[in-house]
Design a binder for this molecule. Structure first.
Ligand SMILES: *[C@@H]1O[C@H](CO)[C@@H](O)[C@H](O)[C@H]1NC(C)=O
Ligand SMILES: *[C@@H]1O[C@H](CO)[C@@H](O)[C@H](O)[C@H]1NC(C)=O
Ligand SMILES: *[C@@H]1O[C@H](CO)[C@@H](O)[C@H](O)[C@H]1NC(C)=O
Ligand SMILES: *[C@@H]1O[C@H](CO)[C@@H](O)[C@H](O)[C@H]1NC(C)=O
Ligand SMILES: *[C@@H]1O[C@H](CO)[C@@H](O)[C@H](O)[C@H]1NC(C)=O
Ligand SMILES: *[C@@H]1O[C@H](CO)[C@@H](O)[C@H](O)[C@H]1NC(C)=O
Ligand SMILES: *[C@@H]1O[C@H](CO)[C@@H](O)[C@H](O)[C@H]1NC(C)=O
Ligand SMILES: *[C@@H]1O[C@H](CO)[C@@H](O)[C@H](O)[C@H]1NC(C)=O
Length: 802
């Protein structure tokens, strides 16, 4: 027994530290200490080192890095880190260690106390941790050599040659050059099978690569292969299952390489000839750094200039919000509540372009028309007024937010809205738009990239320098020539850009379930229930009040859900409820909308707070929202459930249509055959086509809209009594038809029809038109009904006449 015990002790002594090893392996029941700089693992070829790396004052991360720093002058600086275990939870410089437990679990303890990171692996036979020459740190079971865990499966911001990038992996940039915790930029395979770059910021998130204003095939990507894998080989060729392939400019040579998502949001391939040399960029995803989203925050413009690099500028009248960090953007120096139209004016900025966040896109609008649209909108921050080169007219895009602004050579302007008083009092202090007039910046970047691309040999380098010295003048000429050439070829691509304009990223965010649970305080305050599920009030992290809809119906597959949701998220109209984001985690599917202060039209009708003027405006606004859904947006979206419960009112009693597009989300497949169960919508508001099994078109929404308007005028709820398709609803309609078409004085007839709560306070002419339009909308035959656009015109025409 005693000898056995002795042997056991001996074996412990042999197995455990002092591990001042320059070994590549950490064995069972031993650990690496933060206090001993020599406690590291070194790969067999000496290229990689794993150990504790200092990230701040007395804070360390367990990391893998290239053993040789990047150049001799950098020797005292940080090494090139390729993987980090605990990037968001650095450990103390005292008593912290990485230990391989007997159970097979690899843990990182902070100051000898809490566990900040673990592989949560178990192994019956002894396990050992080895740093391979590939840079992969592998935990293996020593009996059957099964890989229990490896660092290649959970990359941080870097991909090494031969490291597979899979559907579950994600590269996340660092927060800044000096702060190695998780930042805002992410590279991953999206649900549409494309490798994408996402800016996932504090307030908004948006995809910016490949170019969101183009469709995937224009970006030479394919959405069909759902393998979702990619790999960089050791010769410098990258192949991804979405057909993205590229070669490094120094392809072929046996170099050290790495692909990294940098803190500035760009993905770059780096290479160096041998240890100790500087890293050279041999490929990058984005050539114009201003195309990266989130760089400059809201209300600012990104500009790139070869001499100065990338810089951010605040819009005139705006100041930087946080002087140390551009991601906070700029804030107005003036009071944002432009109350009355005549109190604001517009400042013209040329070659400044803001993408997304449009109220709407108006084609072929004159400047005056566009200006008056923006003036009418309470929170219009300005508008983009851009020449459509193919057609020779201008398009108008009023903006709710000014984000992702950049210098652009498109032939258009940003008209920035400023209070008149502010502009007058600060007139000369405001930067003239000329300050932003950088021309041809893109060309210079192209040239720069070409330079990196071509693997310049020494004699060529010399020639280049010679040319620079002697031929400065010629280079200027060449640049000018390139500018001209490019602005010609550019014209065509501008057209494509215009088409995809609405597609471009809007402020749409993916939320986590936990985040929304917290925001709604555990789904405690119910504010409504609709066909799709219950709606709760919540307060988001940025203090915006939101309505969170918890979908309870069977939803189609994950990919379809995301496709539909991103379609809905792109719809942007002042009379449509704005969707801020969604959540999709397993069976939890949620949608996040703006919160409407005054609740639904149904609530307001029953509590009698709506006077005649408000009701008329609600009828017009609702018609505009539906007309946009039917005609102006990119995809055909039928509402299929128009009713007062789905028309919400904001603080000014302006209507916003809610719950549109949801019918597409739910499983409809099995409902197709039965004529009865395929019915969508709500009793009392359902068009006859649903019952008669006729084709369903946008006219079903026109019918329901007609019923809603009748309800607003008469105060009579069509759902009261009667059955769904006959009875009350039809009787009400035919009774009103008789009244309106009757022979006696219209004034008298109206008195009989309309809601008694008006007490005579209404405009006879408007009531008449509203009634006529409504009755026109509820014609039995769908072809007799007007389109929503015609409804808007009929109502607006009247409005102008009065
Ligand atoms: C680093 O930490 C030490 C001890 O906690 C402190 O004395 C020193 O001022 C700190 N240095 C910086 C730059 O914060
Ligand atoms: C790095 O950034 C994170 C997130 O913004 C912050 O919490 C942390 O304090 C920063 N660390 C340093 C050393 O600045
Ligand atoms: C993939 O790219 C190659 C050329 O880069 C092209 O010929 C091919 O048609 C592409 N395939 C798909 C499916 O887009
Ligand atoms: C999908 O991509 C993988 C990885 O690039 C490739 O091996 C496979 O052949 C592709 N499948 C199809 C059907 O193109
Ligand atoms: C600016 O941002 C930094 C880093 O996020 C933060 O530490 C600082 O408090 C902020 N300053 C202001 C004035 O908000
Ligand atoms: C703005 O319009 C209001 C009425 O709409 C008018 O009373 C006011 O004088 C106008 N202000 C200016 C500066 O024109
Ligand atoms: C643009 O609008 C003007 C004025 O409304 C009209 O004359 C012109 O034909 C329109 N152009 C196109 C291409 O629709
Ligand atoms: C701009 O005008 C406002 C009043 O409209 C004033 O409060 C502010 O100090 C002025 N700013 C500058 C830079 O002159």
């Amino acid at each position: 027994m005693a000898t056995l015990f002795l042997i056991f002790l001996l074996s412990l002594a042999i197995n455990s530290p002092p591990s001042s090893s320059t070994s590549d392996t950490l064995s069972r029941a031993s650990s690496l200490s933060v206090e001993k700089p020599e406690d590291v693992l070194i790969s067999p070829d000496g290229v990689f080192t794993a150990g504790f790396h200092q990230v701040g004052n007395n804070s360390y991360c367990f990391a893998i890095w290239f053993s040789e720093p990047s150049s001799s002058s950098d020797r005292h600086q940080n090494p090139t880190v390729v993987w980090t275990a605990n990037r968001d939870r650095p450990v103390n410089g005292k008593r912290s260690k990485l230990s391989l437990l007997k159970t097979g679990n690899l843990i990182l303890t902070d100051a000898g106390q809490s566990i900040v990171w673990a592989t949560t692996t178990t192994s019956l036979s002894p396990a050992h941790l080895t740093l391979h020459s590939s840079g992969n740190l592998v935990l293996r079971n020593s009996d059957d050599h099964v890989v229990l865990w490896q660092s290649f499966d959970s990359p941080t911001d870097t991909l090494l040659p031969l490291q597979p990038f899979t559907r579950n992996a994600m590269l996340v940039s660092t927060r800044s050059q000096s702060n190695s915790s998780s930042g805002f930029y992410k590279l991953f395979f999206n649900n549409d099978n494309l490798l994408r770059l996402l800016f996932d910021g504090l307030e908004v998130s948006s995809v910016y690569w490949p170019d969101p204003s183009r469709v995937s095939w224009d970006n030479a990507r394919s959405t069909y292969n759902n393998t979702r894998t990619a790999m960089l080989d050791s010769l410098g060729s990258f192949v991804s299952s979405d057909n993205l392939t590229f070669m490094s400019t120094d392809y072929g040579a046996r170099l050290q390489r790495m692909l990294r998502i940098d803190f500035d949001g760009n993905v770059r391939l780096y290479s160096r000839e041998r240890a100790g040399e500087k890293w050279v960029v041999s490929w990058q995803a984005i050539s114009d750094p201003c195309k990266v989203h989130g760089t400059c925050g809201a209300n600012s413009v990104c500009s790139y200039d070869l001499g100065f690099g990338r810089k951010c500028l605040c819009l005139p009248g705006y100041n930087m919000r946080n002087l140390t960090d551009w991601s906070f953007g700029c804030e107005p120096q003036f009071d944002l509540s432009y109350t009355k139209g005549n109190e604001s004016t517009f400042l013209k900025l040329s070659q400044v372009e803001f993408n997304g966040y449009d109220f709407n896109s108006y084609t072929n609008y004159s400047y005056m028309e566009c200006e008056s649209i923006c003036l009418k909108l309470e929170n219009c921050k300005g508008f983009q007024y851009t020449l459509d080169p193919g057609n020779g007219f201008y398009n108008c895009n009023p903006k709710t937010q000014l984000r992702s602004g950049h210098m652009s050579d498109s032939q258009g302007y940003l008209y920035l809205r400023l209070p008149k008083a502010f502009l007058l009092s600060n007139g000369s202090g405001i930067k003239a738009p000329k300050d932003y007039g950088l021309i041809c910046t893109d060309r210079v970047i192209d040239l720069n990239r070409n330079y990196v691309k071509s693997h310049v040999s020494k004699p060529v380098k010399f020639l280049l320098w010679f040319a620079c010295g002697v031929g400065g003048f010629e280079i200027v000429c060449i640049l000018l020539f390139l500018c001209l050439l490019n602005s010609r070829t550019r014209k065509k691509s501008n057209e494509d850009m215009q088409q995809g304009y609405l597609l471009a990223a809007t402020g749409f965010k993916r939320f986590s379930y936990a985040e929304l649970k917290k925001a709604t305080r555990g789904f405690s305050e119910e504010i409504g229930r609709g066909a799709g599920g219950l709606v709760y009030k919540g307060v988001l992290d940025d203090e915006r009040v939101a309505a969170v809809k918890l979908l309870n119906e069977a939803i189609q597959g994950e990919a379809e859900f995301l496709a539909e949701v991103s379609t809905l998220g792109r719809l942007n109209h002042m009379h449509l409820i704005e969707m801020w984001g969604y959540c999709s985690e397993g069976k939890h599917k949620l949608l996040v909308y703006e919160y409407m202060e005054h609740g639904s039209l149904a609530q307001n009708l029953s509590s009698n707070v709506l006077d005649w003027e408000k009701r008329f405006e609600i009828a017009v606004g609702t018609a505009k929202g539906l007309a946009y859904l039917h005609e102006e947006c990119l995809e055909w979206v039928l509402h299929c459930d128009v009713k007062p419960q789905n028309i919400l009112l904001d603080s000014n009693y302006q209507p916003k249509v809610a719950d549109f597009g949801l019918s597409k989300l739910f499983n409809r497949g099995e409902l197709k055959n039965s004529s009865f169960s395929r019915i969508r919508g709500t009793r009392g508001y359902i068009a006859p086509e649903w019952v008669c099994n006729l084709p369903i078109t946008s006219k079903v929404d026109v019918y329901s809209y007609g019923i809603v308007v009748l309800e607003m005028v008469t105060g009579k709820n069509p759902m009261m009594g009667g059955d769904a398709f006959d009875g009350e609803q039809r009787r009400l309609i035919s009774w009103m038809r008789e009244k309106v078409n009757g022979t006696s004085s219209i004034k008298l007839q109206i008195e009989e029809i309309i809601d008694s709560s008006f007490e005579g306070e209404y405009d006879v002419e408007k009531v008449e038109v509203l009634l006529k339009v409504a009755l026109h909308c509820v014609e039995e035959d769908k072809d007799d009904r007007p389109t929503m656009r015609q409804v808007v015109e009929m109502l607006l025409h009247l409005d102008e006449d009065c």
